[in-house]
Design a binder for this molecule. Structure first.
Ligand code: XLS
Ligand code: NI
Ligand code: NI
Length: 438
C-alpha cells in the first residue's frame, strides 16, 4: 500500500524554484570535483527517527500518529513500516538506510522469538531492497532501551547482561551482513556511569574492549567485511559516557589494540555536546586516519541535549564537507540523517520538507567546500603560516635533527623572530564570500 500518494518524486529544480517539494541545490547526477553529488553525499535515512518516532517528550506523549502504525498487531506495523520507508526513500532519492535491530521489529520476551520476528521483517526488507536498489549503510543494536541495560550493556556490573549484549550484537551483525550493510555501528548508549561511588571503571572499560574484540573475531569468522564504527558521544544518557569524543575513543582503541578494526561515526550534535565543533571532530578523525561516516543531525545552541534536528546551518555543512573532501570523501560511510522532525511538525509532509532541508543544506555546503578547495585559498594561507618549518631550524625540528641542546644554542643566538597576524577576521569574511557566491 502507498502511504505518500499526495507527494511525488522530489527532483532538482534549481535555486530559483519556489516549489517547496523540490531540491534547490541537490542535483544527484551533477558532477562536482570529479564525482556526482550523489556519490559525494551518500545520503541515508535513519529508520528510528523517521519511522518509529512519535514526538513524545518528558512532558507529553506522542503527537505524531503515522498511518503505517495503525494495525493492532506489532509485527504487522513493522512490516507496513518497511513499505512506507522504501516508498519514502524512493521519492526522496535517498540511496541508503540505517537501522537498530529494535527499530525493524518488535522485541519479544525471549531472544529466540525476538530473532525469529526480526528475520521475518528482514526478508521483507531484502525484497524491497531488490525492487528499489536502495542499500543498507549500517546496522546497529539497541543495547540501551530495555530495562536490562539499566547498569550498562558491555559495561554492566551484571555478567549475564554482558552475555545478552553479546548475543544481541551477534544477531545484529548477522542481520547487517544479510542486508549487505557497508558498516556496523557501536554507539555506547549506556556505556558510562553516574557515580564513582559504585563504579569499577577499570573493569568496565576492560569489558567494553573485550566485547569489541569478540565482535572483531566474530566478523572474521562469518566473513562480515563491513567497516566497524564507533560513534562518540559525551553525555546523555549517562553522566560520563566512556566514548566522550573522537580523541577519547582513539586513545581507548589504541590502548586495547582495536585501532586497526575501527573507524569513527561522527555525529554533529554529539560534537557540540562535547564542547567541540562538528568540524573539530571530523578533523580529529581525519588527521588520525579514522574518519568513517557521519550522523548529520544538529543540536540547538541553547539546549544542552541531543535534539537531533535536521541540519540547516550552511556554515556547519560547508566546513563539514571541507573536512570530508580533504579526507578523500566517503568510502563505506555516508551522511545519515540521524534526525527527527520537531514534535509540532507532525504531518507526513514534514518528513519530506525536513529531508529536503537537510539534503539541500549539505548539497550547498558541498558546492562551497569544493570551490574553497579548488581555489586553495585556506590551504595556501595555512601553508604560508607554517612556512618557518620548511627551512632552517624549523626543518631541523620537523626532521628530528635537533634536541633541547641545539635549540637552546639557537635561541641564545637568534631569540624569537616577530610573529605575524593570524588574520582570523579576514578568513571568516573570505568564507562568507565563498558561501554567498558559490
Ligand atoms: C544517539 C545516537 C544513536 C546512534 C545509533 O544519540 O546518535 O542514534 O546513532 O545508536
Ligand atoms: Ni547517531
Ligand atoms: Ni545522537
Amino acid at each position: 500500500m502507498a502511504y505518500f500518494h499526495q507527494t511525488g518524486k522530489i527532483v532538482y529544480e534549481g535555486a530559483a524554484s519556489k516549489n517547496p517539494y523540490s531540491f534547490k541545490y541537490y542535483n544527484p547526477t551533477e558532477q562536482i570535483a570529479g564525482k556526482s553529488m550523489k556519490d559525494h553525499l551518500r545520503f541515508s535515512m535513519s529508520w528510528w527517527h523517521t519511522f518509529t518516532y512519535g514526538g513524545g517528550d518528558p512532558f507529553g506523549g506522542a503527537t505524531i500518529h503515522r498511518p503505517w502504525d495503525r494495525s493492532e498487531n506489532d509485527a504487522e506495523r513493522a512490516r507496513e513500516r518497511v513499505f512506507a520507508a522504501f516508498e519514502f526513500m524512493e521519492k526522496m532519492q535517498i540511496g541508503y538506510f540505517c537501522f537498530h535491530d529494535a527499530d525493524l521489529a518488535p522485541r519479544r520476551s525471549n531472544l529466540l522469538e525476538t530473532n525469529r520476528v526480526l528475520d521475518e521483517i528482514v526478508a521483507v526488507i531484502k525484497q524491497e531492497m531488490k525492487r528499489t536498489g536502495i542499500q543498507c549503510l549500517w546496522g546497529t543494536s539497541n543495547c540501551f532501551g530495555d530495562d536490562k541495560f539499566v547498569h550498562g550493556a558491555a559495561t554492566s556490573c551484571n555478567a549475564s547482561v554482558f552475555a545478552y549484549t553479546a548475543a544481541q550484537i551477534k544477531k545484529a551483525i548477522e542481520v547487517t551482513q544479510e542486508l549487505g550493510g557497508e558498516n556496523y555501528v557501536f554507539w555506547g548508549g549506556r556505556e558510562g556511569y553516574e557515580t564513582l561511588l559504585n563504579t569499577n571503571t577499570a573493569l568496565e572499560l576492560d569489558n567494553f574492549a573485550r566485547l569489541l574484540h569478540m565482535a572483531v573475531d566474530y566478523a572474521k569468522k562469518i566473513g562480515f567485511t563491513g567497516q566497524f564504527l564507533i560513534e562518540p558521544k559525551p553525555k546523555e544518557p549517562t553522566k560520563h559516557q566512556y566514548d566522550f569524543d573522537a580523541q577519547t575513543v582513539l586513545s581507548f582503541l589504541r590502548k586495547y589494540e582495536l585501532e586497526p578494526y575501527f573507524k569513527l561515526n561522527i555525529e554533529a550534535n554529539h560534537a557540540t555536546l562535547a564542547g567541540h565543533t562538528f568540524q573539530h571532530e571530523l578533523n580529529m578523525a581525519r588527521i588520525n586516519g579514522v574518519f568513517g561516516s557521519v550522523d548529520a543531525n544538529t543540536g540547538d545552541p541553547q539546549l544542552g541535549w541531543d535534539t537531533d534536528q535536521f541540519p540547516t546551518g550552511i556554515y556547519d555543512t560547508t566546513l563539514a564537507m571541507y573536512e570530508i573532501l580533504q579526507a578523500g570523501g566517503f568510502t563505506t560511510g555516508g551522511l545519515n540523517f540521524d534526525a527527527k522532525v520537531r514534535r509540532a511538525s507532525f504531518e507526513e509532509d514534514d518528513l519530506f520538507l525536513a529531508y529536503i532541508a537537510g539534503m539541500d543544506t549539505f548539497a550547498r555546503g558541498l558546492r562551497v567546500a569544493a570551490r574553497l578547495l579548488e581555489d586553495g585559498v585556506l590551504e595556501a594561507f595555512k601553508e604560508k603560516r607554517y612556512e618557518s618549518y620548511t627551512e632552517g631550524i624549523g626543518k631541523d625540528i620537523v626532521n628530528g635533527r635537533v634536541g633541547f641542546h641545539e635549540l637552546e644554542a639557537y635561541a641564545l643566538i637568534h631569540g624569537a623572530t616577530p610573529n605575524v597576524s593570524g588574520r582570523q577576521e579576514y578568513l571568516e569574511s573570505l568564507l562568507n564570500q565563498y558561501i554567498f557566491e558559490s
